[in-house]
Design a protein around this ligand. Structure first.
Ligand code: SF4
Length: 433
């Protein structure tokens, strides 16, 4: 059976045009997806049963779901400072349960944005964000800027579906009608495909943006001959291209959010975009990584008022990035238990944080074996959302889409596991679920 209009549960593009061949309740072929999306839907490194071990260096032993869930609940209920991290590769329905669990255990709930686009949120707190949808950009944009991002590697179908090669209602000439500019510290595969590549010295994005803003505001006279490794003539040329767009869009990535300047880079990029709107229409948008990292920001915000790094130890939501993000807490050695779900702290956290996780009990809820499994004490496998479970996810531009179920499996969903853990935690703590 060929199932059409399937969404891809991998990156923030959330491509919704996949066709998946299912035979005898098994996915046998995935059409239209890129390699990474297809690989996830086909399945790999699946954890087959719940597992536990006391010694992280020891072997896992298979246990029942009940035993693993009860032990996970005990760890959380007895912890003074539990961290509940991940959430970005799950559906919104389970995220809501996660916020509730965090409330019950008085922990800190944080998602993968903590190590990628968290600074983008801070930039938005400062300045707001003139943005739009990927559909709008595909239909209209004739000048496309990729700043500190590399979609060829990280979002392989972004260029063909939305930004560069896509034909649009107004962008009828597709690639031939678009000017593509890549700004990065190194010549990425995306830069190879661009019309213009601007190489910025590492950590100098902020001053390059400031120089562009000065030129656009007709103060080119104050700009030195070379800014952050970019010659002034080149900046003047780029400023003209930006101003002369009919509709421009700036896509930015972790090259801005995780380099020197961090959220101030985003603050400055938003100002640049806003000022370009005095000449023409401009939008800016972060290139979100995990397929539903945007969804967690929404769910967490409507449940707690904040998008991530929410500390419930006081009994009310407290948010202060720099203090309440996962790595702030791990590096201060405050965390005494870690609950990692739908995200891979083991792959993305710095060594100091990993060292701390090596010393505290770690519970992992995930369909797949990954580096977090190596430091876990309890591992509980669940359904793969978007393949074995339907649910809601938010694309990188904030558009919510419904993911489909393609096959039936016996694994429980994240939501079912969370429900049971919440009930057990309440039982241990003597509260009602
Ligand atoms: S670009 Fe992203 S969402 Fe689209 S198929 Fe590839 S991994 Fe999946």
């Amino acid at each position: 059976m060929l199932i059409k209009d399937v969404l891809c549960p991998f990156c923030g593009c959330l491509c919704d045009d996949l066709a998946v061949e299912v035979d005898n309740n098994k996915v046998v072929d995935v059409q239209h997806a890129c390699k990474i999306g297809s690989s996830k839907i086909m399945g790999h490194d699946r954890i087959k049963a719940p597992m536990m071990r006391d010694d992280k260096k020891g072997e896992f032993r298979e246990v029942s779901y009940d035993e693993a869930i009860n032990e996970a609940a005990k760890i959380l209920a007895n912890s003074k400072r539990p961290l509940l991290y991940g959430w970005a590769s799950g559906v919104c329905e389970m995220m809501k349960k996660g916020v509730l669990l965090n409330e019950e255990v008085g922990g800190i709930i944080d998602n993968t944005a903590s190590v990628c686009h968290g600074p983008s949120a801070l930039g938005v707190h400062e300045k707001g964000m003139p943005t739009g949808t990927l559909g709008q950009f595909a239909n209209r944009a004739d000048v496309v800027v990729f700043w500190g991002c590399n979609p060829v590697q990280a979002h392989p179908r972004h260029m063909s579906r939305y930004s560069v090669f896509a034909k649009g209602f107004f962008a009828t000439k597709a690639r031939r009608g678009r000017k593509v500019i890549a700004i990065d510290v190194r010549k990425t595969d995306t830069a190879e495909l661009a019309d213009e590549y601007i190489q910025v010295n590492p950590g100098m994005d902020y001053i390059v943006m400031s120089a562009l803003r000065a030129i656009i505001a007709e103060h080119a006279d104050v700009v030195p001959d070379n800014v952050g490794g970019v010659p002034k003539e080149k900046l003047v040329e780029i400023a003209e291209t930006l101003k002369n767009a009919k509709f421009g869009v700036i896509y930015f990535g972790m090259g801005l959010t995780q380099s020197r300047g961090k959220y101030k880079n985003i603050d400055n990029a938003v100002s640049l975009t806003t000022e370009l709107n005095a000449f023409t229409k401009y939008s800016i948008i972060p290139m979100r990584g995990h397929y539903n990292v945007t969804g967690f920001g929404n769910v967490c915000a409507w449940e707690t008022g904040f998008i991530n790094a929410v500390d419930m130890s006081r009994g009310y939501p407290y948010y202060n990035p720099g203090e309440t993000c996962s790595n702030d807490l791990l590096m201060r050695e405050e965390i005494d238990a870690a609950f990692i779900i739908a995200g891979d702290a083991g792959a993305h956290f710095p060594a100091q944080s990993i060292a701390r996780m090596g010393k505290v009990p770690v519970v992992q809820i995930d369909p797949f074996h990954n580096p977090t499994t190596e430091m876990a004490n309890i591992v509980i496998p669940t359904k793969v959302s978007g393949v074995e479970l339907e649910g809601t996810a938010y694309r990188m531009d904030g558009v919510s889409l419904r993911m489909r179920k393609l096959v039936d499996v016996d694994f429980p969903s994240d939501e079912e596991v969370l429900d049971k853990i919440i009930a057990k935690v309440c039982e241990i703590k003597g509260a009602s679920a």
